[in-house]
Design a protein. Structure first.
Length: 441
């Protein structure tokens, strides 16, 4: 406790870090307030049906990512998901189209062009999703909930939803530039955390109403949640170290190399992206029926059944496939082997060049398999929790994107704060060593 208080004092002493934290808190406050601003023309007192719809299933996840803005018919109802979808599309295009692949390799100028294209694509995706969301409002809410109607209401509401998504995107970029970083992920995390207290209390009171040990069941659920949380931290931070020996070189009177270092290859190099990729595809059936799950039949109904066998099987397989796909994007064994060779480094027992690239690729394939399987297991854990009788809102914290985002963003944020402290010769947040975020050692 004493070290924690001392760390807070050190954070306050560093003016730049203090300002970044205050700016981040200010932008987060704006985001949270905006999630309660209802679309003009909609009666906020008649949203109970929409809130019931956003309390479970896939729409419950979408509502969680938007921090409850979806069920509030807010100007931020679509949240940051259109921007994430646009980013995913651009990354996929980078693998298939040479123009985007060339932009990814052009450094800062290419990154600016990609960001601009991503913004334009975000507008198009939001313009496609906004009419579906408004159509869902007309299905779920009574006609008296709409204070105005007609073409003017549709035009203004679509414009407001597009502007709301762009504003949330702008908030995330400003948190990244002016705040403590990871702006988009931080906004998603804030939306998830905002739902956590309500979910815990709802589960607690529902267990109290049960007879025959309901409170004991609640305590067991908390213990299981804690164990899953710790296992997810190990997944995020887990690495396999490859030894690299650097040959001795003499330049003038100085000697370089002759030391052994390690390359930390992460068990989960893809982070939370495979689950986001997979869930983006699982949301597609709902878009064709304007988010109204009651009208779904056949394959669409099976894929939208959050606790159904086919939904979870396909979801798990997609997570495993996208884990390998995103790992291939994030880790380039050939580039690593070339850099190692240029710096006079080699892996003991492995020839430099092509053989080194093949060795690294083989190691990555072997450690990615168990990592992808565990990631898929974490992704479908909320469905098992719901089948076991856990409240729908509370069950979503037993795994899936929500848990991985919470763990990953919290670790990354703590790492950012710790780097500012260590850079100015203050003690870090942990006595045992530096915090490892998703970005590695």
């Amino acid at each position: 406790m004493k070290q924690f208080i001392e760390t807070l004092k050190n954070i306050y002493k560093i003016e730049e870090l203090r300002n970044r934290i205050l700016i981040t808190l200010g932008f987060v406050l704006i985001y949270r307030l905006g999630s309660f601003v209802v679309i003009p023309g909609v009666d906020p007192n008649q949203l109970s049906a929409l809130q019931d719809q956003g309390s479970s299933g896939l729409l419950g996840l979408l509502n969680m990512f938007s921090g409850g803005a979806f069920s509030n018919a807010s100007i931020f109802a679509l949240g940051i998901m259109p921007y994430i979808s646009a980013s995913i599309v651009i990354q996929l295009l980078g693998m298939a189209i040479p123009y985007f692949h060339r932009l990814q390799r052009e450094g800062e100028s290419g990154r600016k062009k990609i960001n601009q294209i991503t913004r334009y694509l975000t507008v198009l995706i939001t313009a496609g999703q906004a009419p579906s969301y408004l159509a869902n409002l007309h299905v779920q809410l009574p006609s008296t909930a709409f204070l105005s109607g007609g073409g003017f209401f549709w035009f203004t509401s679509i414009t407001i939803l597009i502007a709301g998504t762009l504003f949330v995107m702008w908030l995330g970029e400003k948190i990244t530039d002016k705040g403590i970083g990871n702006g988009i992920s931080l906004l998603i995390m804030v939306g998830i955390i905002a739902r956590l207290p309500f979910a815990v209390f709802a589960e607690f009171f529902s267990r109290l109403e049960e007879k025959g040990g309901g409170l004991v069941v609640f305590l067991i659920e908390i213990v299981v949640l804690f164990l899953i949380f710790m296992a997810t931290i190990l997944l995020v931070q887990g690495t396999r170290k490859i030894p690299v020996q650097y040959a001795k070189r003499v330049v003038g009177n100085k000697q370089y190399g002759g030391v052994r270092q390690y390359i930390p290859l992460k068990v989960n190099s893809a982070g939370v992206m495979p689950i986001i990729f997979a869930q983006a595809l699982m949301f597609i059936p709902m878009m064709f029926v304007s988010f109204n799950t009651e009208t779904m039949t056949g394959v669409a109904a099976a894929l939208s059944d959050y606790t159904g066998f086919w939904h979870n099987l396909i979801f798990a397989l997609l997570v495993i496939a996208f884990t390998y796909f995103y790992t291939a994007i994030a880790v380039n064994p050939t580039q690593m082997a070339e850099d190692m060779k240029k710096n006079g480094g080699f892996i003991p027992g492995v020839k430099p060049g092509k053989k080194t690239a093949e060795f690294i690729d083989d190691v990555m394939s072997r450690i990615t398999l168990p990592g992808s399987i565990f990631l898929a297991f974490v992704a479908i854990m909320p469905a098992f929790a719901m089948i076991a009788g856990v409240n729908n809102q509370f069950a979503s914290f037993f795994g899936g994107t929500s848990l991985l985002i919470l763990v990953g963003v919290v670790l990354d944020t703590l790492q950012q704060v710790e780097s500012h402290l260590l850079m100015r010769h203050y003690d870090g947040l942990m006595k045992s060593g530096r915090i490892k975020g998703r970005s590695g050692m």
